[in-house]
Design a protein around this ligand. Structure first.
Ligand code: SAM
Length: 272
């Protein structure tokens, strides 16, 4: 395992996630052994804008029953469970952080979705799936940790069927200057690797993708983040996963978006 992999795992690991989720579910009147996805969704979509962003991203692609989706960097599996239960597709999810996969497997089991959601430990830079196995590769707030983006995209292309779709919500650097830390994904520059918009576009094309949509989604999530930041931290929120310094990291992300030091993109690219 590389030092960087260990650092990413350490960044996201907060022991006791499942216990905190169970306690919050119980306090809100839900059975933690049989949690409704709607209740979990405030906690288990670990990206900018949460479930609303997941829904917008899904609306930009075609998903049908029988399709196979790979969610790279799936976290605790909220988006995977949402896609499988909404569209009937099968979702394989991999993540570098073992704590997330363990929690994600347990929640998937309790939600009764193991027939269509399979989560396991894995690295998006070393995909151990056959060529052309997936209709869709799905990614949310993961590529900021990936320095070797060409290797990542080459792997994504390899596992996609011809005409398959890669969709990603991700940050680029922006014209507003150097990123200010902390942000959700890093306390300093060691775990943060952002391309510019131009580099993102070039890289997608160079790695065999046709860009179908690449929209600046920053204003949408800024609105959602600001509304959340002005309220008290709700009992059911992803701070149960991220840890106690969630508000500070969220404020950092929002500041960088406000000052256009970073830009949040919604990308749909077809395997050419
Ligand atoms: C902000 S979380 C997003 C989780 C999930 N995509 C979601 O939106 O709910 C970022 C995740 O990326 C994972 N990650 C980072 N680099 C990865 C890699 N090379 N392969 C797999 N997962 C990775 C981290 O372990 C972490 O769980």
């Amino acid at each position: 395992m590389t030092e960087r992999t260990e650092a990413i795992q350490a960044h996201w690991t907060r022991a006791g996630v499942l216990g905190r989720i169970e306690a919050a579910l119980a306090a809100a009147g839900h059975d933690p052994q049989c949690p409704p996805l709607a209740a979990l969704s405030a906690i288990d979509h670990l990206h900018t804008g949460g479930l609303a962003t997941t829904k917008d991203q899904a609306a930009g692609i075609t998903l049908t029953a029988g399709m196979r989706v790979l969610d790279i960097g799936c976290g605790i599996g909220g988006p995977a469970r949402h896609l499988a239960s909404t569209f009937g597709c099968r979702v394989d999810g991999i993540d570098l952080t073992p704590e997330f996969i363990a929690v994600g497997q347990e929640l998937t089991e309790r939600a009764g979705l193991t027939a269509r959601v399979v989560l396991r430990d894995g690295d998006g830079l070393a995909l151990d799936y056959p060529d052309q196995a997936f209709d869709v590769v799905w990614c949310q707030n993961v590529t900021m940790h990936i320095a070797d983006k060409d290797r990542f995209l080459a792997g994504v292309r390899r596992v996609l069927k011809p005409g398959g779709v890669f969709t990603s919500t991700e940050f680029s650097s922006g014209p507003g200057g150097e990123i200010v830390f902390p942000v959700q994904w890093a306390y300093d520059g060691r775990l943060s690797f952002l391309d510019s918009e131009a580099q993102m576009r070039e890289r997608l094309v160079a790695n065999g993708f046709e860009i179908v949509e690449m929209s600046n989604y920053s204003d949408v999530v800024r609105g959602r983040m600001r509304a959340a930041a002005s309220a008290a931290m709700p009992a059911m929120s992803n701070h149960l996963v991220y840890g106690d310094d969630t508000p500070e990291r969220q404020r950092g992300t929002l500041q960088n978006l406000d000052e256009r030091r970073i830009i949040y993109w919604m990308i749909v690219a077809e395997r050419a």
